[in-house]
Write a protein that binds this ligand. Structure first.
Ligand code: ADP
Length: 270
């Protein structure tokens, strides 16, 4: 555990660091049973998406067909629940495709400061709505890089959403910086820190596993399925980077991503 003033380890509290990456070149599901399971989930998810889209689409049409207030409220519940279900199905499909090694990358030149601003515009209101302090620290001289920004944005979205969900007072901080890597590439460093509930040391080794939640009991106060971090670590793995977490119960968590990226100024992207 790296120590800092903010995340000092206390004698009576457990803290730790865990790395969430699998750096083998093999697809994550290596044995036949796991492959068959992933393929089954991928097929089912794909098939369920079509009727789900129809349910949501027709519910939206129904809503604009002159309903009374109560009927309109009921239809809102159908639309909202449908969207939640669709998100779960999309996540399952993504997990399966990643495990089957079917997910490709779409690298494009990207300004990380612009991406940071975009994310902050999206999440700042949610942070303020919980009376938390939003802190964005982005290096001003960060070079343009070539990366699959859509996938990166997705990972950051999951981690920032979690930070907001599991923090009830204090701050949510998003830091973006870089360090030299080699002639043509740079190492981009992103950190999402919160002052939330933290993660117990004994749960840290499992936190990047799919369907893993710290509190699996039915009475757990936070909703979720335990997919976000599993998906994030697999995407970061695909991007060739590393993700790790430092956490202290009752003090907060820091999720740190380091991803190598080609400089957009290299010949091919000039
Ligand atoms: P979920 O949908 O349950 O949030 P995730 O995969 O995103 O699933 O996270 C897995 C578990 O890790 C969560 O259920 C929660 O227990 C824990 N966790 C994730 N992020 C944080 C955080 N910032 N602070 C405390 N606990 C966290």
């Amino acid at each position: 555990m790296r120590r800092s003033t903010q995340y000092r380890k206390r004698d009576n509290r457990k803290s730790g660091t865990i790395n969430g990456n699998n750096h083998s070149d093999q697809p994550l599901a290596t044995d036949t049973v796991a492959q068959a399971k992933s393929a089954f989930i991928a097929n089912i998810s794909h098939e369920v998406r079509t009727p789900m889209n129809a349910i949501i689409g027709f519910a939206q049409m129904l809503k604009s067909s002159g309903l009374n207030e109560q009927q309109s409220d009921y239809v809102d519940v159908i639309i909202d629940s449908g969207k939640k279900l669709l998100l779960i199905i999309s996540n399952l499909l993504d997990i399966s495709n990643l495990q089957l090694g079917k997910t490709g990358l779409n690298p494009r030149p990207c300004h990380l400061d612009v991406l940071a601003d975009k994310l902050w515009q999206q999440f700042r209101p949610l942070i303020l709505a919980k009376n938390l302090k939003p802190i964005l620290e982005c290096a001003t001289d960060i070079p343009e890089v070539v990366i699959d920004s859509e996938k990166l944005e997705r990972v950051l979205g999951y981690i920032i959403s979690n930070a907001i969900k599991y923090t009830n007072h204090g701050h949510i901080t998003y830091r973006v910086s870089y360090k030299p890597y080699n002639e043509k590439s740079t190492m981009i460093c992103m950190e999402i820190a919160d002052s939330g509930i933290g993660i117990p040391e004994d749960r840290l080794p499992h936190i990047f596993e799919v369907f893993e939640q710290v509190d699996n009991s039915i009475t757990r106060p936070y909703s979720g399925m335990g997919i976000g971090l599993g998906l994030s670590s697999q995407i970061v793995n695909l991007l060739g980077g590393k993700i790790k977490v430092l956490s202290t119960v009752g003090e907060g968590s820091r999720f740190i991503l380091e991803i190598p990226a080609l400089l957009a100024s290299t010949d091919r992207y000039k």
